[in-house]
Design a protein around this ligand. Structure first.
Ligand SMILES: [Zn+2]
Length: 202
Protein backbone atom coordinates (compact mmCIF):
# COMPACT_ATOMS: atom_id res chain seq x y z
CA UNK A 1 0.00 0.00 0.00
CA UNK A 2 2.81 2.39 0.92
CA UNK A 3 4.57 1.51 -2.34
CA UNK A 4 1.41 2.17 -4.32
CA UNK A 5 0.99 5.59 -2.67
CA UNK A 6 4.62 6.37 -3.45
CA UNK A 7 4.17 5.37 -7.11
CA UNK A 8 1.08 7.60 -7.43
CA UNK A 9 2.99 10.53 -5.90
CA UNK A 10 5.82 9.92 -8.37
CA UNK A 11 3.46 9.90 -11.36
CA UNK A 12 1.80 13.13 -10.12
CA UNK A 13 5.21 14.79 -9.62
CA UNK A 14 6.44 13.75 -13.07
CA UNK A 15 3.21 14.84 -14.79
CA UNK A 16 2.28 11.29 -15.77
CA UNK A 17 -0.90 10.93 -13.72
CA UNK A 18 -4.13 10.90 -15.71
CA UNK A 19 -7.00 12.94 -14.30
CA UNK A 20 -9.05 9.80 -13.57
CA UNK A 21 -6.19 8.34 -11.48
CA UNK A 22 -5.64 11.39 -9.25
CA UNK A 23 -5.48 10.29 -5.60
CA UNK A 24 -7.95 11.60 -3.02
CA UNK A 25 -4.98 12.47 -0.79
CA UNK A 26 -1.60 13.87 -1.74
CA UNK A 27 1.25 13.41 0.72
CA UNK A 28 3.78 16.25 0.39
CA UNK A 29 5.18 15.66 3.88
CA UNK A 30 8.69 15.01 2.49
CA UNK A 31 8.95 18.78 1.84
CA UNK A 32 6.81 20.06 4.74
CA UNK A 33 9.73 20.80 7.10
CA UNK A 34 11.42 22.93 4.42
CA UNK A 35 8.15 24.64 3.52
CA UNK A 36 7.40 25.47 7.15
CA UNK A 37 10.92 26.85 7.64
CA UNK A 38 10.48 29.18 4.64
CA UNK A 39 7.11 30.28 6.03
CA UNK A 40 8.76 31.17 9.34
CA UNK A 41 11.41 33.11 7.39
CA UNK A 42 8.66 34.92 5.49
CA UNK A 43 7.09 36.32 8.66
CA UNK A 44 10.14 36.70 10.93
CA UNK A 45 9.96 40.53 10.79
CA UNK A 46 6.17 40.80 10.74
CA UNK A 47 6.13 42.70 14.06
CA UNK A 48 8.01 45.47 12.22
CA UNK A 49 5.42 45.37 9.42
CA UNK A 50 7.75 43.48 7.05
CA UNK A 51 7.11 40.19 5.26
CA UNK A 52 9.07 38.45 2.48
CA UNK A 53 7.97 35.80 0.01
CA UNK A 54 10.28 32.84 -0.46
CA UNK A 55 10.24 30.36 -3.31
CA UNK A 56 11.93 27.10 -4.30
CA UNK A 57 12.15 24.61 -7.13
CA UNK A 58 10.46 21.24 -6.62
CA UNK A 59 12.35 18.27 -8.06
CA UNK A 60 12.13 14.50 -8.07
CA UNK A 61 15.49 13.10 -6.98
CA UNK A 62 16.61 9.72 -5.68
CA UNK A 63 13.06 8.47 -5.51
CA UNK A 64 11.54 11.34 -3.57
CA UNK A 65 10.10 14.84 -3.82
CA UNK A 66 12.56 17.54 -2.72
CA UNK A 67 12.63 21.35 -2.69
CA UNK A 68 15.85 23.07 -3.79
CA UNK A 69 17.23 26.43 -4.99
CA UNK A 70 15.51 28.64 -2.44
CA UNK A 71 15.01 32.22 -3.65
CA UNK A 72 14.05 35.25 -1.59
CA UNK A 73 11.49 37.63 -3.10
CA UNK A 74 9.78 40.85 -2.06
CA UNK A 75 6.82 41.52 0.22
CA UNK A 76 4.22 40.43 -2.34
CA UNK A 77 6.09 38.60 -5.08
CA UNK A 78 8.92 36.19 -5.75
CA UNK A 79 10.47 35.47 -9.14
CA UNK A 80 10.30 31.71 -9.58
CA UNK A 81 13.10 30.59 -11.88
CA UNK A 82 13.25 26.81 -11.66
CA UNK A 83 16.74 25.30 -11.74
CA UNK A 84 17.35 21.64 -12.41
CA UNK A 85 20.65 19.89 -11.77
CA UNK A 86 21.96 16.48 -12.75
CA UNK A 87 19.96 13.62 -11.35
CA UNK A 88 16.91 15.82 -10.79
CA UNK A 89 13.62 15.87 -12.68
CA UNK A 90 11.50 19.02 -12.79
CA UNK A 91 8.32 18.85 -10.72
CA UNK A 92 7.29 22.50 -10.23
CA UNK A 93 7.66 25.33 -7.75
CA UNK A 94 6.85 26.27 -4.19
CA UNK A 95 6.34 29.72 -2.69
CA UNK A 96 4.95 31.43 0.40
CA UNK A 97 2.10 33.95 0.77
CA UNK A 98 2.79 36.09 3.85
CA UNK A 99 0.78 39.27 4.49
CA UNK A 100 1.97 42.06 6.76
CA UNK A 101 -1.64 42.36 8.02
CA UNK A 102 -1.27 38.79 9.32
CA UNK A 103 -3.83 37.37 6.87
CA UNK A 104 -3.70 33.58 6.57
CA UNK A 105 -4.98 31.10 4.04
CA UNK A 106 -4.70 33.28 0.92
CA UNK A 107 -4.14 30.73 -1.86
CA UNK A 108 -2.97 31.18 -5.47
CA UNK A 109 -3.14 34.52 -7.31
CA UNK A 110 -3.96 34.90 -11.00
CA UNK A 111 -0.24 35.44 -11.65
CA UNK A 112 0.56 32.19 -9.84
CA UNK A 113 -1.81 30.33 -12.17
CA UNK A 114 -0.15 31.94 -15.20
CA UNK A 115 3.29 30.89 -13.92
CA UNK A 116 2.18 27.33 -13.12
CA UNK A 117 0.60 26.88 -16.57
CA UNK A 118 3.29 28.61 -18.64
CA UNK A 119 6.21 26.91 -16.85
CA UNK A 120 4.36 23.59 -17.37
CA UNK A 121 4.61 22.84 -13.67
CA UNK A 122 3.35 19.38 -12.74
CA UNK A 123 2.89 20.51 -9.14
CA UNK A 124 2.69 24.12 -7.91
CA UNK A 125 2.54 24.61 -4.15
CA UNK A 126 1.74 27.66 -2.03
CA UNK A 127 2.16 27.91 1.77
CA UNK A 128 -0.41 30.35 3.15
CA UNK A 129 0.48 30.12 6.84
CA UNK A 130 -2.30 27.88 8.10
CA UNK A 131 -2.87 25.97 4.86
CA UNK A 132 -0.99 24.52 1.93
CA UNK A 133 -2.59 24.43 -1.53
CA UNK A 134 -1.42 22.66 -4.69
CA UNK A 135 -2.27 22.89 -8.38
CA UNK A 136 -1.71 19.68 -10.33
CA UNK A 137 -1.29 19.47 -14.10
CA UNK A 138 -3.09 16.66 -15.92
CA UNK A 139 -3.50 15.57 -19.54
CA UNK A 140 -6.44 18.00 -19.73
CA UNK A 141 -4.56 21.10 -18.55
CA UNK A 142 -3.93 24.16 -20.74
CA UNK A 143 -0.37 24.39 -22.08
CA UNK A 144 -0.14 28.17 -22.09
CA UNK A 145 -2.16 31.17 -21.05
CA UNK A 146 -2.09 34.94 -21.53
CA UNK A 147 -1.05 36.10 -18.07
CA UNK A 148 -2.88 39.45 -18.35
CA UNK A 149 -6.08 37.63 -19.21
CA UNK A 150 -5.89 35.20 -16.28
CA UNK A 151 -4.92 37.98 -13.83
CA UNK A 152 -7.94 40.06 -14.95
CA UNK A 153 -10.23 37.03 -14.65
CA UNK A 154 -8.87 36.21 -11.16
CA UNK A 155 -9.40 39.77 -9.96
CA UNK A 156 -12.92 39.86 -11.37
CA UNK A 157 -13.82 36.56 -9.65
CA UNK A 158 -12.43 37.64 -6.26
CA UNK A 159 -14.29 40.94 -6.54
CA UNK A 160 -17.50 39.07 -7.42
CA UNK A 161 -17.16 36.59 -4.52
CA UNK A 162 -16.09 39.10 -1.85
CA UNK A 163 -18.82 40.43 0.43
CA UNK A 164 -19.44 40.96 4.15
CA UNK A 165 -20.14 37.25 4.66
CA UNK A 166 -17.23 35.96 2.58
CA UNK A 167 -13.74 36.65 3.91
CA UNK A 168 -11.02 37.47 1.34
CA UNK A 169 -9.32 34.09 1.83
CA UNK A 170 -12.57 32.29 1.00
CA UNK A 171 -13.16 34.44 -2.09
CA UNK A 172 -9.63 33.56 -3.27
CA UNK A 173 -10.37 29.85 -2.67
CA UNK A 174 -13.48 30.06 -4.85
CA UNK A 175 -11.54 31.88 -7.56
CA UNK A 176 -8.88 29.13 -7.41
CA UNK A 177 -11.46 26.41 -8.03
CA UNK A 178 -13.03 28.39 -10.90
CA UNK A 179 -9.64 28.84 -12.58
CA UNK A 180 -8.89 25.11 -12.12
CA UNK A 181 -12.18 24.33 -13.88
CA UNK A 182 -11.37 26.79 -16.68
CA UNK A 183 -7.78 25.60 -17.25
CA UNK A 184 -8.11 21.87 -16.51
CA UNK A 185 -6.05 21.72 -13.32
CA UNK A 186 -6.59 19.67 -10.16
CA UNK A 187 -6.71 21.41 -6.77
CA UNK A 188 -5.55 20.05 -3.42
CA UNK A 189 -5.78 21.73 -0.04
CA UNK A 190 -4.51 20.72 3.38
CA UNK A 191 -2.75 21.61 6.58
CA UNK A 192 0.89 22.56 7.02
CA UNK A 193 1.94 18.95 7.68
CA UNK A 194 1.83 18.57 3.90
CA UNK A 195 -1.08 16.12 3.78
CA UNK A 196 -3.50 17.50 1.21
CA UNK A 197 -6.99 16.47 0.11
CA UNK A 198 -8.41 16.60 -3.41
CA UNK A 199 -10.85 19.52 -3.80
CA UNK A 200 -11.28 19.62 -7.56
CA UNK A 201 -10.56 17.12 -10.29
CA UNK A 202 -10.69 18.26 -13.93
ZN1 LIG B 1 1.84 33.74 -5.20
Amino acid sequence: MATQRHNILKSVCLGECQSKDLPSELDLSSISTGMNRLWQGSIRNIRHGLVTEFGATLVWQRGRLRSTNVVQGESNTVALKPQIHRGQKFVGTFHTHPYKQGWLGIAFSGEDFATAINLRENVSVVHAGNKIAALIRTEISSHSVDSNKIVDLANELVWRYSNEKTPFAEAVQKMNIDLCVAYGLAYYLGKTDGRLTLRHKP
